[in-house]
Design a protein around this ligand. Structure first.
Ligand code: MG
Ligand code: MG
Length: 265
């Protein structure tokens, strides 16, 4: 789930070492849950089954599903298929070979949040879909690399936008990332577009949910009649990757990833 400004704290909060330690735990928990849920994506499974799996695993680990009940959202996961960008509601839909599925999950643990999204193909997918996933994931990695003290917020957006557009895809500009901590959505908003060298400076202690959303076609969106599901207007495929990232004096620390991410993301 991305930024909804009505909930955001007004100032950017810097996290202490003790707070970062708790957020690291929330992030590791979410990494384990997401690995299992993404691994369970096969033709024939329903989005409801994936949602139940995530809810059970989060609770077994001692956490709370962050999205459940937030702004009235009814489920643990946002699951968005093909032209759906974000905020899809799990239900009876069966995934079929060739679909691409964006899974977004948040965990609350000891009062702190983590937030993570990943787009996975169901069985064999079209080459263009594979390229969309690869470009969006790489956009996230490039954005994470900008999360260093002294850089500016606009450097993150610029890294995403320049890479995505150079590859012929479009940024979805209606939604963006956010600060994260004791609230799921805090200041600042982290746009996926922008000008290098612009905006506030990043400081050690900031924790940001960085989350490129990319369309294979044009980037305009609309919301379906369920008042949640965001889709591309032109029906083109969309992908979404997200990590929770701490800005530290020694560089970006990805809290929602155990290890270097080479094995899965
Ligand atoms: Mg999310
Ligand atoms: Mg988010």
């Amino acid at each position: 789930m991305e930024n909804v400004s009505r909930s955001a704290r007004k100032a950017v909060e810097l996290k202490s070492a003790a707070e970062l330690a708790l957020m690291r735990q929330a992030g590791r928990m979410l990494d384990a849950v997401m690995r299992e849920v993404v691994g369970a994506v096969v033709p024939g499974i329903t989005t409801d089954e994936l949602d139940r799996l995530a809810k059970a695993r989060i609770r077994e680990a001692g956490g709370k599903p962050a999205f459940l009940g937030l702004y009235g959202f009814p489920r643990t996961l946002c699951i968005s298929v093909n032209r759906e960008v974000v905020h899809g509601i799990p239900g009876k839909r069966e995934l079929v070979e060739g679909d691409i599925v964006s899974i977004d999950c948040g965990v609350r643990y000891k009062g702190y949040f983590s937030d993570r999204a990943y787009t996975v193909g169901v069985g064999r997918i079209a080459p263009e879909a594979t390229r969309l996933l690869d470009v969006t994931r790489e956009a996230l990695m490039r954005a994470i690399d900008q999360c260093r003290p002294g850089n500016r917020l606009g450097d993150i957006g610029h890294a995403v936008q320049s890479w995505v557009e150079a590859n012929g895809f479009s940024i979805i500009q209606d939604y963006g990332g956010h600060g994260i901590g004791r609230d799921l959505h805090e200041e600042p908003r982290v746009e996926n577009f922008g000008t290098a060298g612009s905006g506030p400076r990043l400081q050690a202690g900031m924790v940001l949910a960085v989350e490129p959303m990319v369309a294979a076609g044009r980037g305009e969106t609309e919301v379906l009649e369920d008042d949640w599901t965001v889709v591309t207007k032109d029906g083109s495929l969309a992908a979404h990757f997200e990590h929770t990232v701490a800005v530290t004096d020694s560089g970006p620390e990805v809290l929602t990833r155990v290890g270097d991410g080479q094995d899965w993301g």
